[in-house]
Design a protein around this ligand. Sequence first.
Ligand SMILES: *[C@@H]1O[C@H](CO)[C@@H](O)[C@H](O)[C@H]1NC(C)=O
Length: 167
Amino acid sequence: MEFLFYTLLVSSLSTVAASQCPPTFQQNGTSCYKIMGILASWIEAKQYCNVMGADLAVIEDAGEEKFLEDELRKIHGAGNVGPENYWIDGADFMEKNVWRWMRNDGGSYFIKGYTNWAPGQPDDIGEHCLEIRYSFGIHWNNFNCFQKENFICEVSAELDGGNSIIG
Ligand SMILES: *[C@@H]1O[C@H](CO)[C@@H](O)[C@H](O)[C@H]1NC(C)=O
């Protein structure tokens, strides 16, 4: 009996230790994601992600975007009208029309290679933050950074978590 108890205890502990993501984040490949249903400006959204040890999501390939699209479709599915817009980490407020993944502490880098802009976006109308817009076919759009929107956080699935570069 005692043996069984300790066996169960040890196996549940090792399940916890093997988890690669912070609590309530979902893993896909080497990243953990959390779609947040809280309305926040872009900079507030980034702070929410930061206090959870994550950052706003950086989307660098189609597989990663597909995972998020599937998750957003679940939120909007079965007759639910889900939120329209979701902040991710891109912005062009450092340099007009030059889009960067902002990261933290000056670690920004250009958005090159994979992009998923909606047709005609980004439009040059003084909107400097990057969102995923559901009604644009779950494509990227530039929008007013001060708008309150839902947002998507991401952190590396590695156990040290936190501040490693994510993709
Ligand atoms: C990530 O999500 C996509 C889309 O849901 C899925 O096709 C893919 O298998 C997932 N990748 C991993 C490594 O789980």
